[in-house]
Design a protein around this ligand. Structure first.
Ligand SMILES: [Mg+2]
Length: 252
């Protein structure tokens, strides 16, 4: 009899095959990149030059965030009010979060942006009890910004929030991981996930990295793909993350 149970699990993995979903926030849960929109509205135009340095690979996302946040002279309250009154999350995310909870699938929001607006925006949309892993950026009127990186890699200083580590942690705790994203920092999560949902920049990045991916537009697409899943591509998982950067020059 135990053999029968094993056989059923093999031929019918269904939505239970994925045990955790890691989701980017800016441009993914929220269709707009709220960090970029805050910079566009409140920072001088140099913020974009810094962003281009990051996109060209000259600086990591952590350095990019530190330099861009230093251009913001407004207090966090004003920036948060701007985010909450101007942008909303994708309406399909709240039902998706309930669906994952109903199936005991771990759901983690992983963001390498300014971060402070994520939980308030999720709360306002009725999304509760979702783990949010992001940078800790404190912006105070008339004061230097302060940073903490509680979700960084212990050795690498490339990213502020290490999406590779988040994906690997989810797999260790829960099992196979799906990653949902759209942008440059999502590359490092997508490379280590068992299944990738990509749109916008992440499509070209996955093609260049030979990461199999499924296109998506809304979280209804992600949900129906997970419900009809028959096989997992598995992670590409290079030995060294291409975003790897250490203060002594990059050796592991
Ligand atoms: Mg993004």
């Amino acid at each position: 009899m135990p053999r029968l149970g094993h056989a059923v699990a093999l031929i019918d993995p269904g939505p239970r095959a994925i045990r955790a979903v890691v989701v980017d926030f800016d441009g993914t849960i929220c269709p707009h990149d709220v960090s970029e929109e805050i910079l566009r509205e409140f920072a001088p135009p140099e913020w974009w030059d810094i962003d281009l340095s990051f996109q060209r690979g000259e600086i990591g996302s952590r350095q990019c965030l530190i330099e861009q946040a230093a251009l913001l002279t407004h207090g966090e309250d004003e920036l948060l009010a701007f985010a909450l009154t101007t942008y909303a999350i994708d309406p399909t995310f709240a039902p998706f979060a309930r669906w994952t909870r109903g199936r005991d699938i771990e759901l983690v929001v992983a963001s390498d942006g300014l971060g402070f607006y994520i939980e308030p925006m999720l709360r306002r949309a009725g999304v509760e009890a979702v783990t949010v892993l992001t940078n800790d950026v404190a912006l105070r009127l008339g004061d230097e910004p302060r940073f903490a990186f509680p979700n960084a890699h212990p050795a690498c200083i490339g990213c502020g929030t290490c999406k590779m580590r988040i994906v690997l942690g989810c797999r260790e705790r829960s099992g196979p991981v799906a990653f949902v994203g759209e942008g440059h920092t999502d590359r490092y999560g997508a490379l280590y996930a068992d299944l990738v949902f990509a749109k916008k920049h992440l499509v070209d990045i996955c093609r260049a990295d030979r990461v199999p991916f499924r296109p998506w537009e809304t979280f209804d697409d992600v949900r129906s793909a997970l419900e009809s899943l028959e096989a997992l591509p598995g992670p590409v998982a290079p030995d060294r993350c291409p975003g790897w950067f250490t203060p002594v020059g990059g050796a592991l």
